[in-house]
Design a protein around this ligand. Structure first.
Ligand code: ADP
Ligand code: MG
Length: 278
């Protein structure tokens, strides 16, 4: 058992937890020894068991792993939608565990764009209104809201669908509205949990081309997928198994900033395509 002993044996030097992972103040995301335990009645589910990782500005990362391996739990924590049971999380240098609930909501609104598998749009509202929502929470003026929502919808090629309601759009268009909503606050980082999970393969390709373009424009993206074809669009693949990192590999060239933070890591072969069911 580990326990925190403040006071006792104060002269004993203790290595900071960051030392083990080579933490560096420049990482956009820096998590150390994250644990998440769900308690259900008298049963405990250890969804994350000591995950440490860093993500640099401008990376495009896939998180893979079998169902139940902790991918969504991890994304929800990284996206500040839930808190870990223990461990530390620095988002652009801010210690997420130490900020107030109000500040956390503010950070989430300013820094994070989140895209869900199930889209999470309000079905009876227009694309425009759905995309404006985060700006309403941010207190942006109506005029500015409208301007930015339209710009964001244009960025996902939906400039001609701004007044359509979700139930008047195709699955791929709905997901693009969800992406426009994630982009509208100009977040530092975009998280997407199985963003193509409910889409056919052609539409998935469109969405991944859109993500690739956003990445090329400088956005930092982290996405969960269990499809190797989708992960193949990313630079780096982190694999989870039973709540732990099983592997963390680069499949494409690192940027100079990433090299500085991660050091030189071996590149692995890109994931092989699992079939030709297209
Ligand atoms: P993945 O996204 O990789 O499928 P999850 O993060 O959703 O995995 O789940 C990891 C583990 O935690 C699973 O065993 C799951 O059943 C459990 N779990 C996830 N969310 C909850 C919750 N809200 N309450 C209890 N157990 C949960
Ligand atoms: Mg999941």
């Amino acid at each position: 058992m580990q326990e925190a002993q403040s006071g006792a044996e104060a002269s004993e030097p203790v290595a900071p937890p960051q030392a083990a992972t080579g933490s560096n103040g420049n990482a956009m995301i820096d998590v150390v020894d994250l644990h998440k335990t769900y308690v259900m009645g008298d049963m405990e589910v250890h969804a994350l068991r000591g995950v440490s990782l860093q993500i640099t500005q401008g990376e495009m990362v896939a998180i893979m792993g079998p169902s139940g391996s902790g991918k969504s739990t991890m994304m929800d924590i990284l996206g500040c939608l839930s808190q870990p049971t223990s461990g530390s999380y620095l988002l652009e240098g801010v210690s997420i565990g130490e900020v107030s609930d109000n500040r956390l909501a503010e950070l989430r609104n300013q820094k994070i764009g989140f895209v869900f598998q199930s889209f999470n749009l309000l079905p009876r509202m227009s694309a425009l209104h759905n995309v404006e929502l985060p700006l309403i929470y941010a207190g942006t003026s109506r005029r500015e809201r409208r301007r930015r929502a339209i710009q964001s919808l244009e960025a996902v090629q939906l400039g001609d669908r701004v007044h359509h309601k979700s139930n008047e759009l195709s699955g791929g268009q709905i997901q693009r509205v969800a992406i426009a909503r994630a982009l509208v606050t100009d977040p530092a980082i975009i998280f997407a949990d199985e963003p193509t999970g409910n889409l056919d393969s052609r539409t998935s390709t469109d969405i991944m081309n859109l993500f690739t373009q956003l990445h090329a424009n400088g956005n930092t993206m982290v996405l969960v997928t269990h499809e190797p074809e989708i992960a193949g669009y990313c630079q780096r693949i982190i694999r989870l198994r039973d709540g732990e990192i099983e592997s963390d590999e680069w499949i494409k060239e690192m940027s100079p900033l990433a090299k500085e933070i991660h050091g030189e890591r071996a590149m692995s072969a890109p994931p092989t395509h699992s079939g030709d069911d297209d």
